[in-house]
Design a protein around this ligand. Sequence first.
Ligand code: TRP
Length: 331
Amino acid sequence: MLQDKKIVFSGVQPSGNLTIGNYIGAIKNFSRFSEEYETFYCVVDMHAITVRQVPAELRRRTYETLALYMACGLDAKKNTLFVQSHVPYHAELGWILDCYTMFGELSRMTQFKDKSAKHADNINAGLFTYPSLMAADILLYQTDVVPVGIDQKQHIELTRDIATRFNQVYGDTFTIPEGFIPTDTMKIMSLAEPTAKMSKSDPNPNAIVYILDNKDDIIRKFRRAVTDSDTRVCYGEGKDGINNLMNIYHAFTGKSNEEIEREFDGKGYGDFKLAVGEACADGLAPVRAEFDRLIAAKAYLESVMKEGSEKAMYYARKTMSKVRRKIGFVN
Ligand code: TRP
């Protein structure tokens, strides 16, 4: 197989309703790796159960997440798309890495602190050891590059520490991965409060545009977007709302800031907001159509999962037999 290619791995939570922030900042980038790298994208259902899930919803969202990623341009022929729980090696390596991850390290993870504050009635051991399972996801495939959001930076650093520690004890076993974290220009802010990141958990529905929103909702949300008391469409300090809209417009049209400034010279914010809404809705229309088509084709999605997990298993098995041997497990 293509061992000479570098490996990209990323995991996505089966949470279904992704925002244009996820789309512009992350998913759209995923597909561009597939030409140069061997790419693995995994729906992390095992991570999802660290907080309580309704079984039928978890199952539905697992299909939806796969369909959505494919609709956003991840070609199942060029990328290995699979579900974490279909490859039991994740659990196996996860346990092993638990034994090479320190209590103190896990205690310092900000995601653990945030989630245990949010789910105070269910601070389970899985929530605590979440990062060593994530390290297992990454290290199983001898991953070189991990595209993630900035919020995952601490987990990537811990993964590198765990891998380095293991390699020091047993000799070279794991590739030390690098995070690929999008720069600030790709960070999409809330439409209602443009100094804060656009977040799925924002209680204000007008702050967020979902990839699967319909055209009317998209246009309405952009029309209500918070801007400033200036009137000129231009990029600048203190114009967070306009800067954000320009970034979104750029993401969907490819136009540079100068081109955008020229296009809206002499026009007001109202015209600009409508144009951004239309560009966004038009850009997402094919994604939505493809999602609708895929989500109705359940058997096809299942065949993608099956093929994906078989290919993932091939890679993961190699790492696992190396790990087992080094640790001293009897073959
Ligand atoms: N922790 C990631 C998140 O919350 C999801 C994830 C799980 C992941 N395993 C991964 C991301 C491996 C990258 C690589 O979004």
